[in-house]
Ligand binder design. Structure first.
Ligand code: IPM
Ligand code: MG
Length: 369
């Protein structure tokens, strides 16, 4: 078999598909406006491992907060079944067709963590959903008020190292090659999302994070395009860091409080947001929004924690992360009061080893529902 010829053909097909994707982005429809929508449908997906436990508890909280709107038919909470590792493996699809159809009938999703198999060919359900729904901005806030830390990460969510992560090439037993992709419209839209957020929220600085000294093509373009967008926001200061030193500066007490908003490629964003969440109290405390123009998906930043299930500690899973995500969901669908009530309840309810159900009871007492 001629591996090189095969690889060249494969590569040509990838390049064509990526150019077509960039082309589609240039003609995207205007974003959905939740302030004018008569009814919002919220899909709830359990996921794997601790997913069903924390999503059930988060549902209770959403039901309490949206009680009146649900009764009036302005909001619907819809459970979507079937996004489990067993089902995904049985049908060999990252997101089974029926699940994707159900998802597309919703406006926004609250999603429990799904297991991502290492190796093999089954793609991560997260990555597939982000791509299928074009959820290009992964927004991850981290705040540690006592340390002066109030960060919002804008992680590019549909390209970079992830978009072709399951489509690399190999010469079996000898060589393996993956691809990283940066496009002009893909970078413009994440940069714009970060600067718009900064402008609307009174932030004065955006930090661009790359490794453009090494990844010269992809990160080089990412950096240049972010600077081009930055020029449209003369009141916002811009700085730029390489990912390695940025990772160090986040844990430097002298510098970390100077950071406000970050914009960065996919994989760096994945890694650095776990570090940042750990400073806030662990990945169990952090929510994450995956925003597109038509759909949005809200989830915990952590995985499905299969070890907690195996060791019989599932009931102690901390639903705070998914509830933080639910608060971001409420804000996204233009329910800022409900979001603020949930955030205040979460701030007032530290979780020092409670069961998921007990923690939720405490949150519900604060909400008064
Ligand atoms: C995240 C997760 C996902 C990612 C996994 C589950 C595919 O780590 O949302 O940060 O790598 O993006
Ligand atoms: Mg991650």
């Amino acid at each position: 078999m001629n591996y090189i010829d095969n690889a060249v053909n494969h590569y040509r097909a990838l390049l064509e598909a990526q150019l077509a994707r960039a082309e589609r982005m240039e003609h995207a429809a205007p974003p959905k406006d939740f302030t004018t929508l008569e009814k919002v449908t919220i899909g709830v997906i359990d996921g794997d491992g601790i997913g069903p436990i924390i999503s059930e508890q988060s549902m209770r909280v959403l039901e309490a907060l949206l009680k009146d709107e649900i009764a009036a038919g302005r909001v619907e909470l819809k459970r979507i079944e079937g996004l489990t590792i067993e089902n995904r493996q049985a049908v060999g699809e990252a997101v089974p067709k029926a699940v994707l159809e159900a998802v597309k009938r919703c406006d926004v999703l609250l999603k429990g963590p799904t297991e991502t198999p290492k190796g093999g060919t089954l793609e991560s359900a997260n990555v597939a959903l982000r791509r299928e729904l074009d959820l290009y901005a992964n927004v991850r806030p981290v705040s540690v008020p006592a340390e002066g830390v109030d960060w919002t990460f804008f992680r590019e969510n549909t390209e970079g190292e992830y978009v072709l992560g399951s489509q690399g090439i190999e010469v079996p037993g000898k060589l393996w090659m993956d691809f990283k992709v940066t496009t002009l419209p893909g970078t413009r839209r994440i940069a714009r999302a970060a600067f718009e957020f900064a402008k609307k929220n009174g932030k004065t600085r955006v930090s661009i994070i790359t490794k453009a000294n090494i990844m010269k093509k992809t990160d080089g373009a990412f950096s240049a395009i972010c600077h081009e967008i930055a020029a449209e926001y003369p009141d916002i200061e811009v700085d730029e860091w390489y990912i390695d030193i940025a990772t160090a500066k986040l844990i430097d007490p002298k510098t970390r409080s100077r950071f406000q908003v970050f914009v960065l490629p996919n994989l760096y964003g994945d890694i650095i947001t776990d570090e940042a969440a750990q400073m806030q109290g662990g990945v169990g405390t952090a929510g994450s929004a995956n925003l597109g123009d038509q759909y949005a998906m809200f989830e915990a930043i952590h995985g499905s924690a299969p070890r907690m299930i195996e060791t019989g500690r599932g009931a102690y899973a901390n639903p705070a992360s998914l509830m933080r995500a639910a608060a971001m969901l409420l804000r996204h669908i233009a329910r800022p009061e409900a979001a603020a009530r949930l955030e205040a309840a979460l701030d007032a309810t530290p979780n020092d080893g409670m069961t998921a159900a007990d923690f939720t009871d405490a949150v519900l007492r604060h909400i008064g529902g």
